[in-house]
Structures are given as structure tokens and as C-alpha cells.
Write a protein that binds this ligand. Structure first.
Ligand code: HEC
Ligand code: HEC
Length: 381
């Protein structure tokens, strides 16, 4: 009887396991490397023998994809002169942005714009869509990137960034034992394919999240009316209220990823009367897009200086001074930054107001997930 019971429960387990694998619709189902595989990997990489877990949908398959994505993200052989990886311009300790105004790409060339931070969303996948499809927001400062896959392909081919066409990217990986192992774990095939490279990089970036800032905890306390939860100081609350009246009309701070529908994702915020960079107009050729740029997320903003598409401001104090008294009357200036007469708004912040806003912005910082080892450089040299 006992044996029969065991047999039945084993069968039930087997069937339920099978069902689970079925519903994964993703092939790979093994977590551990064989000794030989692990020995081959550890010759060049410092990876844990048990997969790190990344935030995401289907655990195993997507974790092995993110692991491959991590290795690719830090691989300099994906650039023409072998000196640049994604991480050269998207640095872990700066929420995956760069700490200089214009990043350096291959052959010491300078990029045209300030690097965009990747670790500034409560849900990267939700913000930008997944599996190559676009989300609610478009990529790049001029919002020209339609999907993560097209963005990565463009970045890799960019003559100032990595300078590699898709075929060259694949060739750079073919014949490397560690990649054969990682591709097999992630996609069930040792064959290096361009699309799979993009999916792995995308998967890795989807893991980069920030949703546990002081402000998030405060919001949760507030929404769920928890007593004794996270509080904000009176200065932070003052900053929050100023932010809500002057900034949140553009810079929304979504709690669950997506922006509220219908929200405009780009604007001209009056940086210059005669802007050098026309932003979105270069893409759409429309006057209404003149010098309009992506409205960036302000999560982790304390980690991502310098600021604006050209990195012109070194500090948040300078940004606040600009909004307070420096907005220029460009013909396409967003109406939200104009006063009743149509002139550039003067916000009339006092020094205390400005510092309250900055203290509030600091409460949007959460590097707990991002500073984890699983996002660091896995290459031994
Ligand atoms: C040489 C520096 C450099 C390298 C290398 C680089 N990037 Fe970027 N990245 C940038 C800059 C600069 C921007 C903003 C460009 C723009 O908006 O025109 C950007 C934008 C992005 C964006 C858009 C983010 C958003 O919010 O719109 C993503 C995603 C991204 N990069 C991912 C990657 C990945 C993945 C790699 C490696 C395959 C990579 N980058 C390599 C400098 C770089
Ligand atoms: C009309 C919409 C709008 C309003 C209102 C607005 N901003 Fe912005 N903000 C933008 C746009 C667009 C950019 C990007 C501009 C660029 O780089 O060309 C930006 C950029 C920024 C940046 C730099 C982000 C980065 O990653 O470099 C900060 C910080 C910022 N805004 C803070 C604020 C604060 C604080 C307020 C309120 C006092 C505010 N903004 C009000 C549209 C707006």
C-alpha cells in the first residue's frame, strides 16, 4: 500500500513537472553545469555554479539567458577595436549610465549624446516591452528606437560606439567554448545566432530594476494604509509637493512600471533658444518635435550625473537653477513650462525649496538590486 502511494505520488509529481515544462514554452530545463562545462567556463569567467536569479517571468530559462546576457554586456570583443563593451558607457555603479557627459566609444571616438541610464525603472520590461517588441515608451533621447532589438543592433553598428554589423558580432563569438556552453544552457543550441544575442542582452537588462526606494516604501505604506510604515521627513514631503506641482506633469514616477496611458514621453524643456541638437525633429522632420527629447526617468537620478541629453549640468543644484530661472523661450517650449503670458516659467523656488526637491529626488534612489554581483563584470581579465 505504501509503495502504491509512493508510486502514485511519483507519477503525480512527474505529470505536474511535465506540465510545468510545457507551460514554460522555453526549452532549456537544466540548472547546473556539468563539471567539464563548469571547468571550461571558469577558465575565462567568474560565474557561480548555481545560476543567479534575475527578476523575471520564467525562472530557469530566463536566468540562463540573463547570465549569457551579462557575459555579452561586458564582452569587449563585440567592438571593432576590442576596447569597448556595453558596460563601458553603462556603468553598474551609476545605475548603468556614464559619469562623463559624452561617452567614449571605439578608437576614442565621442558619442553625440549623454549615455542613458538603464537601471532607472521599476520594471524595464514593462517600460520598454519585451521579446523585441516596443513598450509604451520609445528608446533613446530622440525616441527613435522602436524596440530593444533594433536599439541594440543600432548601438552595436554605430561607428562611434561599437562599430560591428550583425554578421561580425556573430563571428566574434563563434568557436568560443564558453559561448557554446552558455548558448546551449540559454537556448538549447550551441549555434550562435544574432537574434539570440539580442534576446540574451535584453533579458539581462530586464533584470535591472529599482522599486524599493524610500519613496516606493512610503507610497506602499500610504496606499495600503499600513501603520508604522515608511515615513518621509517634512523636507522630503515639501520636496514631494513642489515636485508634484512643477515637475510630475512631465516626470511621472510610476510605481508599477508603465507610465499612465496617454502620457507624452518627450518634450522641449527650454534648454536653449538655438539648440545644436534637434532631438526628435531629426527623426520625424516635424516642427512640433523641434529640440524635443525623451522625458527621462528620475529614479536613481542622484547616481546618474551629469544631466540632460548632452550632459551639460554636473549637479542637481544646477538642474534646479535651470528650471528655476533659466528656461529659454524656444518656439517649441512645452506649454507646461510657460506662464500665463506664454513666457518661460519662473518657478520662484527659494534655496530651501530647491534643496527640498533634491532631498525628495534622493528618496527615489534604490541601488539594492543593481549593486548585486550578478550585474557585475564576470570576465576574469
Ligand atoms: C560608446 C558608448 C556606448 C556603448 C558602447 C553602448 N551604449 Fe547604450 N547608449 C549610449 C548613449 C550615448 C545612449 C543615448 C544615445 C541617444 O539617445 O542618442 C545609449 C542608449 C542606450 C539605450 C536606450 C535607453 C533608453 O532609455 O532609451 C539602451 C537600452 C542601451 N543604450 C543599451 C546598450 C547596450 C545593450 C549596449 C551594448 C550592446 C550599449 N548600450 C552600448 C552609449 C553607449
Ligand atoms: C515640460 C516637461 C518637463 C517638466 C515640467 C520638467 N521637466 Fe525635467 N526634463 C524634461 C525633458 C524633456 C528632459 C530632457 C531634456 C534634454 O536633455 O534635452 C528633462 C530632464 C530633466 C533632468 C535630467 C535627467 C537626466 O537623466 O539627465 C532632471 C534632473 C529633471 N529634468 C528634473 C526636473 C525637475 C526637478 C522638474 C521640476 C522642477 C522638471 N524636471 C520639470 C521635461 C520636463
Amino acid at each position: 500500500m505504501k509503495h502504491l502511494y509512493l508510486l502514485i505520488s511519483a507519477l503525480v509529481l512527474l505529470i505536474s513537472c511535465e506540465k510545468e515544462v510545457d507551460s514554460l514554452t522555453e526549452k532549456p530545463d537544466f540548472q547546473f553545469y556539468t563539471d567539464a562545462e563548469y571547468a571550461a567556463l571558469t577558465q575565462v569567467l567568474d560565474l557561480p555554479s548555481v545560476l543567479h536569479q534575475y527578476k523575471g517571468d520564467v525562472a530557469l530559462a530566463s536566468d540562463s539567458r540573463a547570465t549569457l546576457g551579462r557575459v555579452l554586456f561586458y564582452d569587449k570583443s563585440l567592438s571593432k577595436d576590442g576596447t569597448i563593451s556595453c558596460a563601458s558607457c553603462h556603468k553598474q555603479h551609476h545605475a548603468f549610465s556614464d559619469d562623463i557627459a559624452l561617452s567614449k566609444g571605439i578608437y576614442g571616438r565621442q558619442t553625440d549624446r549623454n549615455s542613458l541610464a538603464l537601471g532607472v525603472f521599476s520594471d524595464f520590461a514593462n517600460t520598454y516591452g519585451s521579446d523585441g517588441h516596443s513598450g509604451s515608451e520609445e528608446l533613446f533621447w530622440d525616441t527613435r528606437g522602436a524596440s530593444i532589438h533594433s536599439q541594440i543592433t543600432e548601438t552595436m553598428a554605430n561607428e562611434k560606439e561599437m562599430g560591428m554589423e550583425p554578421g561580425e558580432v556573430v563571428d566574434a563569438l563563434v568557436g568560443k567554448r564558453h559561448y557554446e556552453i552558455l548558448f546551449t544552457k540559454a537556448f538549447g543550441t550551441p549555434e550562435i545566432q544574432h537574434d539570440l544575442i539580442l534576446s540574451a542582452l535584453e533579458r539581462f537588462m530586464h533584470g535591472m530594476t529599482t522599486d524599493n526606494s524610500k519613496y516606493d516604501r512610503y507610497q506602499q505604506t500610504f496606499t495600503n494604509s499600513v501603520s508604522g510604515g515608511q515615513k518621509l521627513s517634512s523636507r522630503e514631503l515639501r520636496g514631494l509637493s513642489l515636485f508634484q506641482s512643477q515637475c510630475a506633469t512631465c516626470h511621472q514616477i510610476p510605481i508599477n512600471g508603465r507610465l499612465f496611458s496617454g502620457h507624452k514621453t518627450f518634450a522641449n524643456n527650454g534648454l536653449d533658444i538655438n539648440p545644436k541638437d534637434q532631438g526628435r525633429r531629426k527623426i520625424t522632420k516635424l516642427e512640433e518635435d523641434a529640440a524635443a527629447f525623451k522625458i527621462p526617468s528620475l529614479r536613481n537620478i542622484t547616481q546618474t550625473a551629469p544631466y540632460m541629453h548632452d550632459g551639460r549640468f554636473e549637479t542637481l543644484e544646477e538642474v534646479l537653477d535651470f528650471y528655476n530661472e533659466g528656461i529659454q523661450s524656444h518656439f517649441n517650449l512645452d506649454p507646461k513650462l510657460k506662464d500665463h503670458q506664454g513666457n518661460p516659467k519662473r518657478m520662484n523656488f527659494t534655496e530651501e525649496d530647491k534643496s527640498a526637491i533634491i532631498v525628495f529626488l534622493d528618496a527615489l534612489t534604490d541601488m539594492s538590486e543593481l549593486s548585486h554581483e550578478k550585474f557585475s563584470d564576470p570576465w576574469l581579465e
